[in-house]
Structures are given as C-alpha cells and as structure tokens.
Design a protein around this ligand. Structure first.
Ligand SMILES: NC(=O)c1ccc[n+]([C@@H]2O[C@H](COP(=O)([O-])OP(=O)(O)OC[C@H]3O[C@@H](n4cnc5c(N)ncnc54)[C@H](OP(=O)(O)O)[C@@H]3O)[C@@H](O)[C@H]2O)c1
Length: 253
C-alpha cells in the first residue's frame, strides 16, 4: 500500500496513537482528517499542527456520527482510508454490584458501536475509490483479556471478531480491511495504570512507525511488540486471562 497521497480520517486524533499517526501520515504526504469529542481540544491540536483538518464527532452519539460523516463526505469526497482509533478503557471491579453502570454504554459505544456505525456511514464513499482501506485499532487484549478492564477487553475482542467478518464480506470490493492491535503504549490511555506497566510500554512514535510499516506491507493484521506473543498465548491457551501480575510482566494496555 502506498502511504502517500491518500485522504485519511483518523478517529480520536487529539492525543496518543491517533495524533502520532496523524503526524507521521502528514509527513508522508497525505491529507489527514481527525475527529474528537471536544471543539477546544481539536482547536488546540489544529494550532499545533495546522495542516490537520478537524471534525467534531462523539462516538457515543449516533447523531454526531451521522452528521460528522456527512460533512466529511461532502468536504473530502476523495477519502480513501478510515482509521478507527478512538477508544476508552475503564478499570472495573465487577464485585461492586451496587455501583451504577452509568458509564457502561460510553465504553461500548466508543469502542464498538461507534466504529461499526462509522464504517456503515462511510463505506459507500470508500467503495467508490480506486483503492480504500479500513483500519480497526483493537488491542493485544482482544486476544487475551485483562481482568482489570473487563468491558474494554470484551469490546476489543468483539471488534476483532467483527473485523474478521468485515474482511470476508468486503473481499470482492476494493476496500481492504486491516486490524492494528497495539500492545501497551505510552499514551494518556494508561494514566490510571502507570504503576502497572509504565516500564513495559511501547513508545508511541515507535508503535506508529511499526503500524505504518505493516500497512505498507499489505498485512491484514498488524501486531507490534508484545501483541504478537499475546495473540499466540491466546491461541495456545485460550483460557488465559491476565491478572495484575501477569499484566505487569506482559506490559498489556
Ligand atoms: N495506549 C495503549 O496502551 C493501547 C493499547 C492497545 C490499544 N490501544 C487502543 O488505541 C486507541 C488509541 O488509544 P490511545 O492510547 O491513543 O489513547 P488516548 O491518548 O487516550 O486517545 C484516545 C483518543 O480517543 C478520543 N476519544 C475518546 N472518546 C471519544 C469519543 N466518545 N468520541 C470520539 N473520540 C473519542 C480522544 O479524543 P477526545 O478526548 O479529544 O474526544 C483521543 O483522541 C484506542 O482504541 C485504544 O483502545 C491503546
């Protein structure tokens, strides 16, 4: 895959992996669009990286997704790559049954329903291009769950499964489907578990370079760092679940 002269939408581009992918893809000569929930954060990023095009899109809200996709399709009809990157992960103690589950839907919509809806909205446009790519960002934890973040891991496992089906259903189109499963990576995402795997985290720029190399090589699945080993563990020993100590060893995120 040629990683220049594309028009690329990255969801969740205001920080972490999304912002670093945006920077590297801009440097490689692409037109890059990013989304985020907050107008002020998007404005901050735009002033730091003026070449970026920004769109408000809250993946928890189906109406926000429809409206963002409409304006993106109108403004950038040459869009040929969607990177479904936005995601959140909450620590949850499932024994605390009296704790309200108010934020449950936030996690499921941001990580699973939202990306599926984005693909649904943008697929007709992607299918009209000479070549197009959908990249779904899952996690090493899609293959072996970490008990500390049970809903997060369930959404990523579901996204992995959905991505496999999507690839088969789009096999006869010009749209390639790629899964990028990062290992623990040094971003704001892990601020609530820095104690656990700070020393094991992959540097975000290194992760993104590995991701782009995988895309250039036309891989269906890009598994940087520890993610390849975690996937193998999930196959050899399907009942493995990372407990806190295991997670420290593996540097899972
Ligand atoms: N870091 C890791 O260790 C790690 C490991 C494996 C997989 N991943 C995956 O990599 C992806 C990126 O994570 P990251 O580490 O870069 O995290 P991050 O720095 O926290 O960035 C998350 C991004 O998602 C956006 N976002 C969150 N909720 C959103 C919503 N409702 N609608 C739209 N955008 C939303 C945030 O934008 P705003 O806050 O501005 O809306 C932000 O740009 C996630 O899917 C994550 O699951 C990360």
């Amino acid at each position: 895959m040629n990683l220049s002269n594309n028009t690329i939408l990255i969801t969740g581009g205001t920080s972490g992996i999304g912002l670093e992918l945006a920077r590297q893809l801009l440097a490689a000569g692409n037109t890059v669009l990013i989304t985020g929930r907050s107008a002020s954060r998007l404005a901050e990023v735009r002033s730091a990286v003026p070449a970026l095009h920004t769109f408000i899109c809250d993946q928890r809200d189906p109406a926000s997704i429809v409206s963002a996709c409409r304006s993106i399709s109108e403004t950038f009809p040459s869009l040929n790559m969607l990177i479904n990157n936005a995601g959140i992960g909450r620590k949850r103690n499932l024994n605390e049954t009296d704790r309200p589950l108010d934020d449950l839907e936030d996690e499921i919509r941001t990580n699973l329903t939202g990306p599926i809806q984005l693909i649904n909205q943008l697929l007709p446009l992607l299918k009209r291009q000479q070549r197009a790519t959908i990249v779904n960002v899952t996690s090493g934890l899609a293959f072996v769950p970490m008990a500390l973040k049970p809903i997060y891991c369930a959404t990523k496992a579901a996204m992995h499964s959905y991505t496999q089906s999507l690839r088969v259903q789009l096999a006869k189109t010009r749209v390639k489907v790629v899964e990028l499963a990062p290992p623990a990576t040094g971003t704001a995402f892990n601020t609530d578990q820095q104690d656990m795997n700070a020393h094991r985290q992959m540097d975000v720029a290194t992760l993104c370079r590995a991701a782009l190399r995988g895309l250039e090589k036309e891989r269906d699945e890009v598994l940087p760092g520890a993610s390849r080993l975690i996937r193998l563990i999930g196959r050899i020993s399907p009942r493995t679940t990372f407990k806190r100590a295991d997670a420290e060893q593996m540097g899972t995120g």
